[in-house]
Ligand binder design. Structure first.
Ligand code: ADP
Ligand code: TYD
Length: 217
């Protein structure tokens, strides 16, 4: 008998410039067979290919996410409570539209950023702090697996400089450091930490291995 696997909700977090987008794109290309898989990642990618793996991100590309992206690139300051309202709305619609339906079909959801980003990015500059922000999202489902791509400041800024496009509001050294410290306050002990300074294929391979292992359990 073919027993259907349970859905798995995986979240990838990290500072701007850690390489989340790049590593997850490489992993997606590997799974789809768009580019050859490096030898060390082959077994993990083969295991993931036996499942449906869905890649999501926050802010989303839905209307609620586009509104956020507009604010991120704007010089007009956005208030703390307004950020919370915007990220909450985008998260709710993402859960309802994509995450919950995928999980109920037994799929693996790999999502770039979730409520730990709000706790770190908004909590770093709020009176209630990162833990206070996290507590406001107590009614949101926790991920089954949380991966943190860990990067040092020097490498992150070198990468952001190399990346094309204008800087967003949180991509400034003073803010970046406060956000990194805020992440440290809220990351659960169960988070899997990956050294994001390694070459992208190594980072993507470690993400693949972590996901494949969680998917086997
Ligand atoms: N492991 C890596 N090694 C070297 N450069 C990388 C690596 N990962 C990402 N980059 C580069 O760093 C920049 C930021 O990466 P990106 O994936 O956009 O980060 P994030 O989504 O975490 O903000 C991009 O120009 C990307 O090509
Ligand atoms: C999800 C989320 C993101 N953010 C910020 C982090 C990033 O600076 C920005 C956009 O995220 P992201 O798309 O990951 O950035 P990138 O431009 O590197 O692809 O939004 C918050 O401040 N709070 C949140 O809850």
């Amino acid at each position: 008998m073919n027993v259907r696997k349970k859905g798995l909700f995986c979240v990838v977090e990290g500072m701007d410039g850690a390489g989340k987008t790049t590593a997850l794109q490489v992993l997606s290309d590997w799974i789809q067979g768009a580019v050859p898989v490096v030898e060390e990642a082959r077994s993990a990618v083969d295991r993931l290919r036996s499942r449906t793996v869905v890649f999501l991100r926050e802010p989303t590309s839905l209307e609620t996410g586009l509104e956020i992206r507009k604010r991120l690139s704007s010089d007009e300051p956005t208030e703390f409570r307004e950020w919370i309202r915007l990220f909450r709305a985008d998260r709710e619609v993402n859960l309802q539209t994509f995450v919950r339906p995928s999980l109920s079909r037994g799929e693996i959801v790999v999502q770039d950023r979730y409520l730990y980003s709000t706790a770190a990015y908004q909590g770093a500059f709020a009176d209630i702090g990162p833990k206070g922000v996290l507590a406001e999202f107590a009614d949101f489902p926790r991920p089954d697996l949380l991966i943190f791509l860990d990067i040092d400041e020097k490498t992150a800024f070198a990468r952001m400089q190399a990346r094309s496009g204008d800087r967003e509001v949180f991509e400034r050294p003073d803010r970046w450091r406060r956000i990194r410290d805020a992440y440290r306050e809220v990351l659960p002990a169960s988070a899997v930490i990956i050294d994001a300074a390694l070459p992208v294929q190594v980072v993507a391979g470690q993400v693949a291995a972590t996901l494949a292992k969680a998917g086997d359990d």
